[in-house]
Design a binder for this molecule. Structure first.
Ligand code: AMP
Length: 293
């Protein structure tokens, strides 16, 4: 596995692969790799001649009071996991290389950056979009692999790729979970034993919400009510948001129609966890009054 630590050497590698007619799949991460990341690498391995992983804890996407300094950085382990997952190259730039002195550009996917997590983490998605655009510039992949676990991030990056006409296909990959349903996350390591025991309730609540969509005469209100009933009983939890939105524009769902997602952000002690599930709707009017709307 080749290591690159600056954009120029990464770009040279990529140009060389391209000349040789190889397809490049790219999995950007912040490290502290787990089975969720590895599932993205496995998918990329299956679909491409070359697989590039990146490990970069991006300072731009952390707020001043967030966990940038304590974010786990087990680099030797991450490198071994990338190698084991069959990555051909690991891109591991430093913050200095990514953001040299004077760096002041931000990419903003207007309309999507300020919603949901963006309401609670101002500037977060500008940081995400900026770093991903910079990573794409260096790696120039054919396919970009992202997890549905971070559904807003996936939607926003799809939009950025579309709006800027970037020559890369975004591949969304399903969320990998612990046996008890908790979505894998590098931040799960922060949880105390009590918090860890409570954490799977987030997924249980979201599933209960999605299940309520199948009830007779159900509407968005029934979905939210079913989910919030469970969330509100979680010991030590503070719900930042629970929303039912349409998958493309993340607008609040007014009816159970089309492709919807139920998303939540919950604080358990000092740890902020996010999760989401699809909500399957029957795509036909549920009652006669719907015909007139
Ligand atoms: P991160 O290192 O948290 O920035 O995540 C890097 C990539 O892995 C992102 O595309 C995430 O959505 C994805 N990812 C994180 N956790 C999971 C998971 N549990 N299942 C699938 N993908 C995940």
């Amino acid at each position: 596995m080749i290591r690159a630590s600056d954009p120029r050497s990464m770009l040279r590698l990529s140009q060389d692969w391209r000349r040789r007619g190889l397809r490049v799949g790219f999995v950007p991460t912040m490290g502290a790799l787990h089975a969720g990341h590895l599932s993205l690498l496995a998918r990329a391995r299956k679909e491409n001649g070359i697989v590039v992983a990146s490990v970069f804890v991006n300072p731009l996407q952390f707020g001043p009071k967030e966990d940038f300094t304590r974010y786990p950085r087990p680099f030797a382990r991450d490198r071994a996991l990338c190698l084991g997952a069959g990555a051909d190259a690991l891109y591991h730039p430093s913050a200095k290389v990514m953001y040299p002195e004077g760096f002041c550009t931000r990419v903003s996917v207007e309309g999507l950056s300020g919603l949901l997590c963006g309401e609670f983490r101002p500037g977060h998605f500008q940081g995400v979009a900026t770093v991903v655009l910079k990573l794409l510039e260096a790696v120039r992949p054919d396919r970009l692999y992202l997890g549905e676990k971070d559904f807003q991030q996936l939607t926003l990056l799809r939009r950025m790729v579309l709006d800027l006409g970037l020559p890369v296909k975004v591949v969304g990959c399903p969320t990998i979970r612990e046996r008890d349903g908790l979505a894998l996350s590098s931040r799960n390591a922060y949880l105390s034993a009590e918090e860890r025991a409570a954490a799977p309730d987030i997924y249980r609540a979201l599933r209960a919400g999605a299940g309520a969509a199948r009830g007779r005469g159900a509407g968005p209100g029934s979905v939210l009510k079913a989910a919030s009933r469970l969330l509100s009983r979680m010991p030590g939890a503070r719900v930042e948001y629970l929303r039912l939105v349409d998958e493309r524009g993340l607008a609040q769902a007014r009816r159970l129609r089309g492709r919807l997602r139920l998303l939540a952000a919950v604080r358990l002690g000092r740890t902020r966890l996010i999760d989401n599930v699809p909500v399957i709707c029957e795509d036909r009017p549920r009652n006669p009054s719907d015909f007139t709307k």
